[in-house]
Design a protein around this ligand. Sequence first.
Ligand SMILES: Cc1cc2nc3c(=O)[nH]c(=O)nc-3n(C[C@H](O)[C@H](O)[C@H](O)COP(=O)(O)O)c2cc1C
Length: 197
Amino acid sequence: MKINSKPGPLMAPLPTVMVSCGDMKDSNIITIAWTGIINSGPPMTYVSVQRTRHSYEIIRNSGEFVINVTTEELVKAMDYCGVKSGRDVDKFKELKLHKEKADEVACPLIAESPVNLECKVRDIKEMGTHVMFMAEIVAVHIDDKFVDDKGAYDFGNMKLVAFNHGKYYRIDSKPLGFFGYSIMKPKTAKRKRREKC
Ligand SMILES: Cc1cc2nc3c(=O)[nH]c(=O)nc-3n(C[C@H](O)[C@H](O)[C@H](O)COP(=O)(O)O)c2cc1C
């Protein structure tokens, strides 16, 4: 039996990312769980931000932001960026996070995050509580520790964090399957077993 719950944003798990905005001198970080991918070509993402956030004005005025993925090492900083406002505190300074220059936007990348997506806002949708900034991913940075000699990305070992109904969980590095594994041919299964993935 299932109970009926009142309609709400009960999607789980969700990413929870650290969004940097502003410029190298005057920057801020906001934690965002209302995010995702909305298109592949061009690669598009979104962040939904409440109008009351300090970051809201910054993103609205500059039309730029950077999504920095959260790891186990960053989880406390990520939570802090989600409960403290840039109006009251310099989050980069307070958390001793390092800024790195982006290629296509003025906002800093968070050096400690292994994946940074530089984003330019292409569309804005006024929702009820939130404003949705739809943005093109114009540059991507991945820590070379997680890129093998064939150029394959190893997201499984980044100790990424997911947001699951109010709590943060590390994504375990042991995969349950992979894209399309439910219909793979025996020959492919054999090769995958050999490659141990
Ligand atoms: C896990 C988590 C997820 C959050 N997701 C969002 C979100 O998607 N949109 C939003 O507007 N605020 C979200 N918040 C709240 C903001 O991060 C928070 O209000 C923050 O202090 C705003 O910072 P700012 O005033 O410096 O912009 C989230 C907070 C946490 C802890």
